[in-house]
Design a protein around this ligand. Sequence first.
Ligand code: 4NP
Length: 148
Amino acid sequence: MVCLGNICRSPIAEGVLQSKVNSALVFVDSAGTAAYHIGNAPDKRSIYIASKYNVNLKNQKARKFRVTDFENFDTIYAMDESNYQNILKLAKKNAHIAKVKLILNEVNPLSNHSVPDPYYGGTQGFEKVYMMLEEACSIIAEKLQNER
Ligand code: 4NP
């Protein structure tokens, strides 16, 4: 799960998807394309919204997306178009490019919608982001289930 800072959107996506899958079988992680918040905990507003739905983000720490993630993960979900393009810039093989998806295309295929960046807004923006990611992660979890 990849966003810009790895403190608002992708920590929610990581927590929500991990809560929906068997953690012995599926490993979910998140990262940011920017380095501003490396080592930081998720934004308090993300922690708060997720905790309302019993999803714990408190053990997460921001890190930057790295090229080795292309090898270590089967799918890389970008939260928005800009993250998507920045991840693709780091990809050197078709097999890596093929792993990168816009997360909301799981909900509305080919629509290329972005999860809006809630950083400069209020709590309401985080609630909206949570709902979008909850829907997308339900679909992803179901697909992972059917793959087995
Ligand atoms: P995120 O949100 O990409 O969802 O983690 C942001 C966090 C920090 C900043 C921008 C977006 N920032 O500019 O510091």
